[in-house]
Write a protein that binds this ligand. Structure first.
Ligand code: TXA
Ligand code: MG
Length: 365
């Protein structure tokens, strides 16, 4: 793998109509076993040839990712599934028809054709078809299934711009394709369809209601609601009433800010009141106090490092702005981060899941 910071190529591409020559070159680098970061509709991914264990292995080295956390295999079309999955349950077919291309990752029985670096040795494989012209063109140009986790250093917020990728992985990967900021800003939903009822392992941009509409029923893994804090004692969540395996990735603390993060959830008025009291106290103590709040409530706080990250009335804007907001506060070097929680429903489920994983303390008012 390349190590010098000057070795990462940075290529601008038109997100709507990617330049053929650039895509071809990037596809060749994937075929040759290299690492290419590329935009999807959710977050930037770090791609490698999914059929090449050594290439996929480089992803783990570049990100500092634990080896037992499997990768999502990205496909250019539904027909690619037959090359990686042993079979396609009818519910999976219906969900693919409804939401592909799009932010829905399906966990399927593996055909056993991919190296253990990709599946972490599990007998299942996670697949998705991204809804982004650059991602689709790149996968087609490579002519391969492309294994790709989010293109961040492990433990950092997922990248929603190419600049985030460069910041984290510059000098560690071969190419970054800059196709502008991603539109959704929240990762795909990881859905296990190997059992009787589809099970959400990681909430994401496709909501439980959207799944239920097609599948008739949906379950949510209990780990989705667990706090990140305290997850490290044995590396696993305490309990899970489902007997199916959860996404291995959820046992790791995903975003662990240097500052301690306090999530306050409950009735919005009470949340605001409590956050103001806490902010007052910390600012008085001389602590650099970060506040993450909605556009609508930004004038309600007494000062501090305030980042308003989306409209409360438009949950999609909050999902889209979350990772950028966390990176901004990190770069300001705050001591503590206070966050307004939101309703645990639909897209809010994904946002709250990420915040709970990052939180050192959760206060319910
Ligand atoms: O939107 C997205 O999904 C982005 C873009 C780049 O496509 N990718 C992404 O990948 O978020 P990553 O690696 O950051 O998260 C993948 C999640 C992890 O929680 C992992 O444990 C889970 O999917 N996963 C992968 N394969 C699995 C499997 N066979 N069974 C259960 N969970 C799996
Ligand atoms: Mg990730």
């Amino acid at each position: 793998m390349k190590t010098g910071p000057k070795d990462t190529e940075y290529w601008q591409v038109d997100a709507g109509q990617p330049d053929n020559e650039i895509i071809k070159k990037a596809g060749q680098i994937l075929r040759a076993g290299g690492l290419v970061a590329f935009p999807t509709e959710t977050v930037y991914g770090l791609g490698a040839n999914a059929r090449d264990g050594a290439a996929a292995g480089k992803i783990f080295a570049a990100k500092g990712r634990p080896l037992d956390n499997p990768l999502i295999v990205h496909l250019a079309g539904p027909e690619g599934v037959t090359g990686v999955a042993a079979n396609l349950p009818p519910v999976a077919q219906a969900l693919m028809k409804a939401y592909w291309p799009g932010p829905l990752t399906l966990v399927l029985p593996a055909a056993g054709l991919l190296p253990p670096e990709v599946t972490a040795g599990l007998d299942t494989v996670a697949v998705r078809m991204p809804d982004h012209p650059v991602a689709l063109a790149l996968i087609k140009a490579a002519g391969l299934p492309v294994a790709a986790p989010s293109a961040n250093i492990s433990g950092r917020p997922s990248p929603t711009t190419a600049a985030h990728v460069l910041h984290d992985l510059g000098g560690r990967i071969d190419v970054i394709l800059d196709g502008g900021p991603t539109s959704l800003g929240m990762e795909s939903t990881v859905l296990d369809v190997t059992g009787e009822i589809p099970l959400i392992l990681r909430p994401g941009s496709i909501t439980p209601a959207q799944i239920k509409k097609i599948a008739g029923a949906v379950e949510i893994d209990t780990a989705v609601f667990a706090a990140g804090h305290g997850m490290h004692s044995d590396g696993m969540h305490a309990s899970n009433k489902n007997d199916r395996p959860r996404a291995p990735g959820v046992k790791y603390k995903h975003y662990a800010p240097r500052a301690s993060l306090v999530l306050v959830e409950g009735d919005p008025e009470a949340v605001g009141k409590r956050l103001r009291q806490m902010a007052d106290k910390y600012i008085h103590k001389g602590l650099r106090t970060g506040i993450l709040c909605a556009d609508e409530t930004k004038d309600a706080y007494p000062g501090g490092e305030l980042v308003h990250w989306g409209r409360r009335g438009d949950i999609q804007s909050m999902a889209a702005g979350l990772y950028r907001a966390l990176r901004i506060l990190d770069s300001r070097g705050v001591d503590i981060i206070l966050v307004e929680g939101m309703a645990d429903q639909e897209l809010g489920l994904a946002v709250m899941n990420r915040l709970r994983q990052a939180a050192g303390r959760i206060i319910v008012v």
